[in-house]
Design a protein around this ligand. Structure first.
Ligand code: GSH
Length: 221
């Protein structure tokens, strides 16, 4: 098998790549690395990615890391079921919305989810509340897009959906924790506050192969 994916359970960056591989129907060898055992920092992994982060994709001897770069590589190398659109204009919008998400939403999402999972909500509640406002504003923009079309950009499931979806799932999981109840009050339940986003989540969850991408440790914790 030519493709090998090194990934971590619950890593939103890894999840993007798994969604793309499933969508494209590509077979791959799955190398699940355990963060608690520092497997992503092993000498073998540092040789593949000196930053010691996942995901990392190997295709034969070729190695690529950084989740969006992996999505782009996969789409050029395996063009069936394209994920960067079918015209330069569509590709431009897909990439633009990904860049906007990474620039304006991701730093706040990292702040919120890291604090919740580290049990440190109370320590930084003011900063986290501000981060939640940023996330809510970005989520409203996406909600607006999804209230007109089934997917975030254009008429098809694309790299934009794959980039954003795992973060929304991780955020929901974080905000479901009792310690985050106050932070999540205006966000959850999504069915009430972001109905188009909630329907979009259901659409992705119903895709073939989705279950294979679901973070394994989320099933029992
Ligand atoms: N910008 C990178 C981020 C990758 C990343 O931060 N991955 C996390 C897991 S969610 C990781 O490997 N963390 C390990 C560490 O920081 O030691 C991407 O898009 O792939």
């Amino acid at each position: 098998m030519a493709l090998t994916l090194y990934w971590g359970s619950g890593s939103p960056f890894s999840w993007r790549v798994q969604l793309a591989l499933e969508h494209k129907g590509l077979e791959y060898e799955s190398q699940l690395l355990h963060f608690d055992k520092q497997e992503h920092q092993s000498p073998q992994m540092l040789k593949l990615n000196p930053r010691g982060r996942v995901p990392v994709l190997k295709d034969g001897d070729y190695v690529v890391f950084e989740s969006v770069a992996i999505l782009y590589f996969l789409d050029l190398k395996y063009p069936q079921q394209p994920i960067f659109g079918s015209s330069p204009e569509e590709a431009g919008v897909i990439m633009r919305v990904i860049c906007e998400f990474q620039a304006y939403a991701e730093p706040s999402l990292i702040k919120i989810t890291s604090a919740v999972f580290a049990g440190k909500v109370a320590d930084g509640i003011e900063e986290l509340t501000d981060a939640m406002h940023v996330v809510a504003r970005e989520a409203r923009t996406i909600e607006g897009r999804l209230s007109k079309e089934p997917w975030i950009v254009g008429t098809g499931y694309s790299a934009t959906d794959m980039v954003i979806f795992p973060w929304i799932q991780l955020l929901r999981r974080a905000l479901d924790r009792p310690a985050a109840a106050e932070l999540g009050a205006r966000f959850l339940p999504m069915e009430r506050n972001y109905p188009a986003l909630a329907r979009w989540i259901g659409r992705i969850e119903a895709l073939p192969g989705y279950e294979r991408t679901y973070p394994p440790h989320w099933r029992h914790t």
